[in-house]
Design a protein around this ligand. Structure first.
Ligand SMILES: Cc1ncc(COP(=O)(O)O)c(C=O)c1O
Length: 504
């Protein structure tokens, strides 16, 4: 078993302090060498401490904002405002990830043959606590894309099982005469997931029914649209907890109840949820839910978690069938030789988030900053933030309840072409190392800006300033009208520390 130490380690006497990344390396577990030799025995009693080989920092966290940035690998010269796209790993979590990777290399047989299953189960138990689900109903998948595809690839079997089940329970016999063959999606669903659904529909003879949505729209109007689109030919509906573009919190619990009340299976795409909003599977009871922890929860990348309601488990299989006995958990436990160590970083990510103050503290900081920062950029650009209509919830304007830690701000560039706006997004990275997502919604151009614990209002203001310069000055307009060289990200392939980056 890996050497472990008791957690959490707190020292109340230590004053709040802000450390540079060099000091972090010296003081924190990043500075400690990995436990050696790597354990070769079999772990008999998997406990969460097996996934926590290092002590948490023995000093309180610095204040949120730039002071926290050295705790990540983010370049000190960048303005990272696009956490929602790929996430970012804290150094402390990466240290544990490196520990497991070193163990795999030191003794692949000890790690894979003797310990991996127990360690994965331990990490899944932790995941179960995060989403309030029995870990028996959860399996690891590479990411949300693969989890969604596992359900979709199993849809023919699921459809048959669904029909048999309905017959058995003698649900409205007349309705059963109609074959359920439609998959319901919203136009704002993640494009990759939509494409996967359309592909499966094509090859497996399902039909896709897409509900067009343009924000702002109230929850009740959205629910009415969905109600109008469902009938007893719909087999599966796909909804998100937080949509991608535009980024809004959806009334997914009500949508689940509505659809299940009509005998429709519901798949919840919770890609952005963990780390942004609470997820409670026991409360909302979806048929399937797929989430990741690498976006907002600070685990290593990639980690996907697939929940399947026990009644459907025997029909859901991995997209790449391999070993397994027809048993849901067994079938997903070995996907051939891939890196399983990322999964094991869920517990340490949770510990590090607790060190920061816990879920609620993180959530409040990020939501407040997204609201304020979004407003500030909109003021600077003379545009607006996308708000909900008729939402109840927190925030001076109730529409703000729609905003998680990502805010959509309209750009003052409605006449620009898609090609131009793609270049604009790239150019923000190249010139300023500033990242956001640019997208079109309702015929207008928007940016999605993410707020994370390492951001502060200055980041938003700086971004607003750069956008103003780039989009409104005459010079820039000319520049953008011409062909730009296809420039790639300068630091895309190497894991670089802020120290190294500052020397480049
Ligand atoms: C709503 C939604 N679904 C699915 C995905 C794909 O997630 P993953 O990269 O974990 O496959 C994303 C990624 O941005 C997303 O936003």
């Amino acid at each position: 078993m890996p050497k472990t130490t008791d957690l959490p380690v707190k020292d109340d006497d230590i004053e709040n302090q802000t450390l540079t990344s060099e000091e972090i390396e010296k003081e924190s577990p990043q500075g400690e060498s990995l436990p050696a030799p790597h354990p070769v025995g079999q772990s008999s009693e998997p406990t969460v401490s097996a996934c926590l080989p290092f002590k948490l920092p023995n000093y309180p966290p610095p204040p949120f904002g730039k002071a926290l940035r050295p705790h990540f690998f983010l370049s000190s010269t960048s303005t990272p405002l696009n956490h929602g796209s790929f996430g970012s790993i804290p150094r402390f979590v990466e240290q544990t990830h490196a520990h497991f990777r070193a163990w795999v290399e030191a003794s692949p047989d000890s790690f894979i043959s003797l310990n991996l299953r127990n360690l994965s189960e331990t990490a899944l138990e932790c995941a179960g606590e995060l989403v309030n689900a029995d870990p028996k109903n959860l399996v690891f998948v590479h990411n949300v894309t693969s989890g969604v595809n596992c359900v979709l690839r199993s849809l023919r079997q699921l459809a048959e099982a669904h029909a048999r089940r309905a017959e058995k329970y003698e649900l409205n016999k007349l309705k059963l005469l109609k074959k359920r063959n439609k998959i319901l999606i919203l136009s704002i669903n993640h494009e990759g997931v939509k494409q996967a659904i359309k592909y499966i529909a094509k090859i497996d003879n399902f039909e896709v029914r897409e509900i067009p949505l343009t924000y702002p729209i109230s929850d009740s109007a959205l629910i009415s649209r969905v109600r109008a689109a469902i009938d007893d030919t719909v087999l599966l509906a796909n909804f998100e907890i937080i949509s991608t573009l535009p980024s809004v919190i959806l009334p997914y619990e009500r949508l689940i109840r509505l659809c299940q009340g009509h005998g429709i299976m519901v798949m919840i795409d919770a890609a952005h949820a963990l780390g942004q909003v609470p997820v409670n599977i026991r409360n909302c009871s979806p048929d399937f839910l797929v989430c990741n922890t690498h976006k907002w929860f600070f685990s290593a990348r990639p980690v996907g978690i697939l929940y399947v309601d026990p009644k459907w488990q025997q029909y859901v299989h991995p997209t790449i069938p391999t070993y397994g006995t027809g048993n849901f958990k067994d079938e997903f436990s070995w996907m051939g030789t891939v890196d399983y160590t990322t999964y094991l970083t869920i517990p340490v990510a949770r510990e590090w988030r607790r060190w920061l103050g816990g879920e609620e503290v993180i959530r409040q900081h990020n939501h407040k900053l997204a609201v304020e920062g979004g407003r500030r950029i909109a003021e600077m650009l003379g545009t607006e933030v996308l708000l909900g209509l008729g939402r109840t919830g927190t925030g001076a304007d109730h529409g703000e309840a729609l905003i998680p830690a990502m805010v959509n701000v309209r750009l003052p560039t409605q006449e620009r072409s898609e090609e131009y706006m793609k270049r604009f997004q790239k150019e923000l990275i190249i010139r300023h190392q500033a990242s956001v997502t640019v997208f079109k919604h309702g015929g207008r151009w928007w940016i999605r800006v993410s707020a994370q614990v390492y951001n502060d209002i200055e980041d938003f203001e700086q971004l607003g300033q750069w956008i103003l310069e780039m989009l409104t000055s005459e010079d820039e307009k000319d520049k953008y009208a011409t062909e730009l060289p296809d420039l790639d990200l300068p630091f895309s392939t190497t894991l670089l520390t802020p120290e190294i980056l500052s020397k480049l």
